[in-house]
Design a protein around this ligand. Structure first.
Ligand code: WTA
Length: 639
């Protein structure tokens, strides 16, 4: 830990701070009375049909925010901008993988949403019906979400890259009678037959309607009476559909996520608190201004896309980029080309993408003018200081603050994050809880001492917090409230608070090893490995050891100019020992071409662990972006 906290601190650049929306620490003072703080945000960020009677009502472990308030999420994302003369501003610039462009002003997006909302109504969709949406990164995805929200039908978006089985279990669990899907979409120049996959997923399920967007034009079978084309159902529909007046605590959406068991859990987010939380963090953490062009590279099928491509940006009248395809298609500078083309000012992406770009080399970003960028962000996993510095130097050209935002599906909004005009950044630390939020690092004995590892726990309720797990009350209690009791939300992440009060996230606790009685975050070892000049990316898992209980085993992807050798292996092991200490020494290192990753870019350490333990069955690999790598790793382990 020492070597991290001694590194350089990056205060906000003077010109950034001068123009920033939030420039001083006063907001943390204001946040001390958190109910008052969030009430003020609810007043300033959201338009209400009726205000609340009470800011917060607690019936542990259930929480209600802005009790009896009435609002509509789609109204807050669309109508109010048109009513205030901001309807001609671009809401979305969509770029297809093949270079097609579709642009939507707020007015145009409003019209599309209204037409589709009317179409849903005409098909019999009622307030409270859960609509499943299985679409790739095309404009119809946010349009469908907002149309559902407009008429009070909660949505459950299933990431398009997920398998047929994953779709099936989610549609079944949500009890959806309506599914929105598409014919196909492009990935690295090829058309993926999405309709076939969704048909397989819903086979035998009793669905009333399946609405199919025509994206790729591939030939697909349509089931008589059930399947209808999107274009046909919106044909002739009015561009006006009165938004439903929703209660603050009406369900806005379900988002399925994996927990400690194999079965995905349906995280519930309701309307008012979620809107207040995402709109506020969008404005403060990304410091959004009228002329910003913002790009979050996540998929809308994940919570990051829900909160920071759809609801957060639209509730702030922001212009966003949506990109359909892969970062390396047709070449490894596609992202940087998009930034130059649209003069993107704020980029929000994942550490894994940064490490990949690092591996490909700076020549790719250096081909493009990235001077429009003024703020960078990361999310999804701990960022190792080396990747942070590369992002800062090569992409941000040393003048863009980086907001490393820690949060999760369950929190709905940023929880631990810098405020870019205020916070002195330390590379690799997500810094401090957002104003109005308290968090601590603890274990069974109490709050951990400075520099000691423990569980990250959130000790104040926050507006966008999950309201439970769909049809799974016991699981909700067990996952989040059983370890430390009500009032102390157990995140499942390990963390350390340093002597300046900065939070350092260590990854999921499952990724925390115990080596001869010493707790060790796999992320720490990975970070140490990546700090070596030959290493592009690393994944570390714990394997059983007779003497020490567990020891770290490392998978390493080398940079293009480095060659695997026994000497290098020894050197890396020594390097880790030097950076963290001898307990962190990997028992072995395997050089690999790539790591198994989910479509959202998360390294699947569960699979790597099984492989390292020599297990033949590594479990489900259908949600991987690169399932073929599993066989390759298996083979090299046997060699
Ligand atoms: C991890 C994604 C370190 C963390 C929004 C959390 C992070 C899990 C960060 C949630 C960060 C997310 N630093 N770790 N800035 N952001 N995580 O539900 O382990 O897909 O528990 O939500 O991602 O993943 P989820």
């Amino acid at each position: 830990m020492k070597e991290l906290t001694e590194k350089k601190v990056f205060p906000p650049p003077a010109d950034f701070q001068q123009k920033a929306r939030i420039k001083s620490n006063d907001v943390y003072e204001e946040g001390k009375d958190y109910k008052k703080f969030w009430e003020a945000r609810a007043n300033e960020m959201i338009d209400w049909y009726e205000k609340w009677d009470k800011v917060l009502e607690v019936d542990e472990p259930y929480y209600k925010w802005f009790v009896n308030g009435k609002l509509n999420a789609s109204y807050n994302c669309l109508d109010r901008w048109i009513e205030s003369g901001k309807g001609n501003k671009l809401a979305y610039i969509w770029e297809g993988e093949n270079g097609e462009v579709r642009k939507f002003t707020y007015k145009q997006l409003y019209e599309e949403v209204n037409k589709f909302a009317n179409a849903l109504k005409s098909m019999g969709v009622k307030k409270g019906d859960i609509i499943s949406i299985y679409l790739p990164m095309i404009p119809e995805l946010p349009i469908a979400m907002l149309a559902a929200a407009r008429i009070g039908a909660p949505h459950s978006v299933v990431f398009a890259g997920f398998s047929a089985e994953a779709l099936r279990s989610r549609v079944e669990d949500a009890g959806s009678k309506y599914l929105i899907t598409c014919d196909g979409y492009y990935r690295r120049g090829k058309i993926l037959n999405h309709k076939e996959k969704s048909d397989e997923g819903i086979e035998g399920l009793d669905l009333k309607k399946v609405i199919v967007v025509k994206r790729a034009g591939n030939d697909v079978p349509m089931k008589e009476g059930r399947d209808v084309w999107w274009d046909d159902v919106i044909e002739g529909k009015s561009t006006k559909c009165e938004p439903a007046v929703m209660d603050a605590e009406d369900l806005l959406f379900l988002m399925y996520t994996s927990g400690t068991t194999g079965k995905p859990k349906g995280v519930m987010h309701t309307t008012a608190g979620y809107m207040v939380g995402t709109a506020t963090t969008m404005k403060w953490v990304f410091d959004v201004k009228d002329d910003d062009v913002y790009w979050c590279t996540a998929d809308i099928g994940w919570i990051t896309g829900h909160s920071y491509i759809v609801y957060g940006p639209l509730a702030n009248n922001v212009t966003s980029i949506i990109y359909e395809g892969a970062p390396d298609y047709p070449s490894k500078d596609r992202w940087w080309e998009i930034i130059e083309k649209y003069k993107v000012t704020i980029l929000y992406t994942a550490p894994t993408a940064i490490r990949l770009a690092m591996k490909w080399g700076e020549e790719w970003p250096n081909k493009h003018d990235l001077s429009s960028l003024r703020l960078l962000g990361t999310v999804g996993e701990p960022i190792n200081p080396e990747a942070w510095l590369w992002y800062y130097n090569v992409i941000g050209k040393k003048h863009c603050p980086i907001v490393d935002t820690w949060w999760m599906t369950e929190t709905g909004m940023h929880i631990i994050t810098p405020l870019p005009g205020v916070t002195k950044l330390k590379p690799g630390s997500a810094t401090f809880p957002f104003p109005g939020i308290k968090a601590e690092v603890r274990d069974e004995h109490g709050i951990c001492k400075t520099g000691e590892k423990g569980d990250l726990v959130i000790t104040t309720p926050w507006p966008a917090m999950l309201r439970g797990l769909y049809n799974a009350h016991d699981k909700y209690i067990e996952e989040y409230w059983s370890k430390y009791g009500f009032g102390k939300f157990f995140t499942g992440d390990g963390a350390i608070v340093d002597e300046d009060g900065y939070f350092w996230l260590l990854g999921r606790l499952g990724d925390v090893l115990n080596v001869a009685g010493h707790r060790l975050g796999t992320a720490e070892v990975e970070s140490a490995l990546v700090s070596h000049e030959s290493v592009a990316e690393a994944a570390v898992v714990g394997i059983p050891d007779e003497i020490k209980g567990q020891v770290p085993f490392a998978y390493v992807v080398l940079r293009q100019d480095a060659k695997p050798s026994d000497e290098l292996k020894k050197e890396l092991i020594k390097h880790v020992s030097k950076v963290i200490g001898p307990t962190a020494r990997p028992s072995d290192i395997l050089f690999v071409e790539d790591l198994p990753k989910t479509r959202s870019g998360k390294i699947m350490r569960r699979i790597l662990k099984k492989l390292a333990e020599g297990s033949k069955d590594v479990g489900d690999i259908t949600t991987l972006r690169n399932p073929e790598i599993v066989e390759e790793i298996k083979n090299s382990l046997q060699r």
